[in-house]
Write a protein that binds this ligand. Structure first.
Ligand code: ATP
Ligand code: MG
Length: 477
């Protein structure tokens, strides 16, 4: 039988699952993202299989046939195997709602349609039959195809039920709208769903922070992530996801003077970064948080207007807490974001000053290997509405970049390593570990960065001896 879905199910694995299910006397279907992406013409290497019966058993039987290791997640009632570049996940159809937050035991006694009803969105609830008699037939009881064509995110059930069952679905609605939207074919969350989310948003409090963070990361990795944050804002979710972002909203006016609307500005910077970064998650986090210290540093100086002095430092201090609140890493990725937030004003500050070698050296030293990402962020941060101003800043910015590559070629500051180390200082002056060591090393570092001496051992050693004499230290030999 030929069906409209022919061609989507050519991979060997579908035939094998079909055959195995028939041998076991159960019905199996491809469901969810893979089906949706077939119709959108998007590639997807993740296949979800739902079985009327025990998903794990079918997975194990298929695993044996294709000689592939099966990972079983008993708590979730799922099993996964990899085969020829595909990742295939098996699950038994359920009558009751199932999600990772649920404490109920998993009962796999549902029919396909019962299972579909408990999925998040109509576009994610479509299935392809893997039965011999109608292989490839689309099973779409809730109008997923219609909604896909119309570009709408709609729940199969009453949205209040779907969202209260697993509040993460509210964030998933945002994620799918953001991810699937293209300029030619935008997606929107249907109004009933938006209304429901506005009512249900406080239910997000019960979610584990890890699940929220996972969705946030996926939203950040969309081609135009601003859309996701605007939707979260419209639906009243920000306070439950990232309250510090909520605090960026709004414009205060004093003596007739307003300031930049920092929420829109942040989203613009985020999109600017996303356009050029090739998918760097942590750089996008840095963009999202680059001005996060602004609300706390905001001051109005009569005659001068609004200032946000030190917002980069305040923002950098906030980063560990924000990551912690989402149970995200405190390791290198966090430190990278923190560093970029801290340094995000530095390249642009150079634009307004005379670009001296020593200022450039210091920037290269502080940014190290993240200098390229810092420059992307800083360039993205130029969002003035005045085209003449933007053109002028960008031209100067190019000068800074050029100067940077000159200085880097000459002095190799980026991977700066002090030619003088602590052990050497102790040996020369016959001293135990003490603060003088730090003072001497710092003096050498500063002299190199300021261009007073070259980045080499001989000059560093001479300077160390001179500075040591000034503080009363003399070589033992
Ligand atoms: P992606 O391409 O981003 O992986 P996906 O649709 O495959 O998209 P998954 O999170 O991998 O999304 O989930 C697979 C399928 O499982 C979904 O299409 C949906 O049918 C169902 N699903 C996943 N999470 C939930 C949930 N929290 N509530 C209801 N259904 C869910
Ligand atoms: Mg998937």
């Amino acid at each position: 039988m030929s069906t409209i879905t022919e061609g989507y199910l050519n991979h060997k694995i579908f035939g094998i699952v079909s055959e195995t299910a028939a041998e076991m006397g159960v019905r199996a279907f491809v469901i969810g993202g893979y089906v949706r992406d077939c119709f959108l013409g998007r590639s997807n290497d993740d296949i979800d299989i739902v079985v009327e019966g025990r998903g794990i058993e079918l997975a194990e039987a298929v695993g044996q046939k294709v000689r592939s290791k099966v990972s079983v997640f008993r708590n979730f009632g799922t099993a996964m195997l990899r085969f020829e570049g595909m990742e295939i996940e098996f699950v038994g159809a359920r009558k009751e709602s199932y999600h990772r937050e649920s404490r109920n035991p998993i009962v796999e006694d549902g029919t396909l349609e019962e299972d579909q009803l408990r999925r998040d969105f109509t576009i994610n609830a479509m299935a392809f039959s893997l039965q011999k008699e109608d292989f490839g037939a689309l099973v779409d009881p809730f109008g997923g195809i219609r909604d896909l064509a119309a570009g709408v995110i709609r729940t199969p059930r009453d949205p209040d039920e779907t969202y209260s069952d697993d509040p993460l679905r509210m964030l998933r609605a945002v994620r799918f709208a953001t991810k699937l939207s293209t300029p030619e074919h935008p997606f929107a969350i249907v109004p009933e769903s938006m209304d429901s989310i506005r009512r249900m948003a406080p239910r997000m409090e019960i979610l584990s922070r890890e699940r929220i963070a996972e969705e946030l990361n996926k939203i950040l990795l969309c081609p135009r992530p601003s859309m996701g944050f605007r939707l979260m804002d419209e639906a009243g979710m920000l306070p439950y996801v990232l309250p510090d972002l909520q605090a960026l909203k709004g414009v205060e006016t004093m003596d007739g003077k307003g300031h930049k609307e920092n929420f829109s500005h942040t989203l613009q910077v985020l999109d600017n970064v996303a356009e050029v970064d090739g998918g760097k998650l942590w750089l996008r986090w840095a963009a999202l948080l680059h001005d996060i210290g602004k609300p706390r540093s905001k001051r109005f100086a009569p005659g001068l207007g609004w200032t946000f002095h030190g917002h980069n430092v305040i923002g950098a201090k906030m980063v560990p807490g924000i990551f912690k609140s989402l149970k995200m890493t405190q390791g290198d990725e966090m430190k990278y974001v923190q560093k970029l937030v801290d340094l995000h004003l530095r390249p642009i500050a150079l634009v307004d000053e005379e670009v001296t070698d020593s200022a450039v050296r210091r920037l290269l030293f502080d940014a190290g290997n993240d200098i390229g990402d810092l420059m992307i962020l800083c360039n993205a941060d130029i969002t003035s509405k005045n085209p003449a101003k933007v053109a002028r800043i960008r031209a100067n910015f190019e000068l800074v970049k050029q100067k940077m590559s000159e200085v880097e070629q000459k002095d190799e500051i980026r991977n700066f390593k002090n030619p003088i180390d602590g052990a050497y200082v102790m040996e020369v002056f016959g001293i135990p570990p003490c603060q003088e060591i730090g003072i001497l090393k710092e003096a050498v570092k500063n002299a190199i960065l300021d261009g007073e001496i070259g980045n080499n051992f001989a000059e560093a050693d001479a300077l160390m001896r001179q500075k040591a004499a000034e503080i009363g230290l003399h070589p033992v030999k």
